[in-house]
Design a protein. Sequence first.
Length: 365
Amino acid sequence: MSGGVLRLTGLTRVHGKGSAPALADFSLEVPAGACMAILGPSGSGKSTVLRLTAGLDEPTAGSVHLDGADLAGVLPERRGMAMVFQRPLLFPHLSVRDNVAFADRVRGVPRRTARRRAEEFLGLVQLDGFGDRPARALSGGQEQRVALARALAAEPRVLLLDEPFSALDARLREEMHELLADLRMRLDPTILLVTHDHAEAGALADGVAVLDRGRLLQAGPMRELYARPASLAVSRLLGGRTEVAGVVRDGRHESPLGSLDLPTPVPDGPAVLVVRHEAVQVTTAADPATDAVGTVVRARRRGMRTLVTVEVPGDGGTAAVDAELEPGQEVPTGRTVGLRLPVEGRWAVPVDGVAGEPVAGAPRA
Ligand code: ADP
Ligand code: MG
């Protein structure tokens, strides 16, 4: 099994006259064997992308190409794709083995061969020995493994995953992430993974396409979108927390945080500085390498780490900067601290790019 090149061009889906498109002019190329995440809030059109790709729904406009072939009019079962949904949708009365063998049986593969192949794929998802059990006797995580084995047994060139892990608890979800990474190394299918969780996209995907209200906001390598979001909407959907209104002049961002260098030139004008909390270092007020000095106003635990909000007084107002402390680092509320904001961790988003997303204190353009 090896993945194909998937090319989606101008995909549009309008459900009813006068209604806003579920998806508008969506284009994306996924290289063979790559995993691309589709990230967006509920209702943004993520499942629509998968349904149109799989041929379960027809586009109002646009096309789907696999390895250069236009799939218009090609039935879902002939597209070389398989889909896994949030719910596993197993046949409860069938054995685990026969659930996995189902597609082969429908294709006319003899029962014995189909069952042998099913066992192979059950092995791949680490469910050796589960073949005889009825599907209804499985736990949620096991059911989802069976659903994955069933999809893989179809030997798809493209694997479509529609929030397949979102109903699982955190530990199981992490196990499934490891399993998927392992399967990618062995089987190399091209993957479109729908998720509303940027951490999941970051853990599994090479690239990400961010959707909002049926529109593609930005697509690219995961790191690039974390570091250089095109808009506040993208920054927020990727979990960005710090937004400091100001203005860019001569390549520097000016705000209550002062005049800060940016990693690459951006156009002059009103702009919001975004800084990933993971990139900010909290030091002492006396640290000579500090970019700003402020007061810790909030601290909350997130697993091993603590996230603090630091208020920095400056010209024309106060800036709030979030920072993730090092494991074991403790800084009490009320303490005056220094902040290092590494140049590579800074980015300025134009205010114009955020229609309908007011920023507190943003200067008017
Ligand atoms: P997501 O998967 O991101 O939650 P969907 O792709 O399921 O979003 O839906 C995108 C938009 O299209 C939503 O506003 C949804 O209500 C609408 N939609 C989806 N399917 C239909 C349908 N069959 N009829 C009418 N509207 C639909
Ligand atoms: Mg959906």
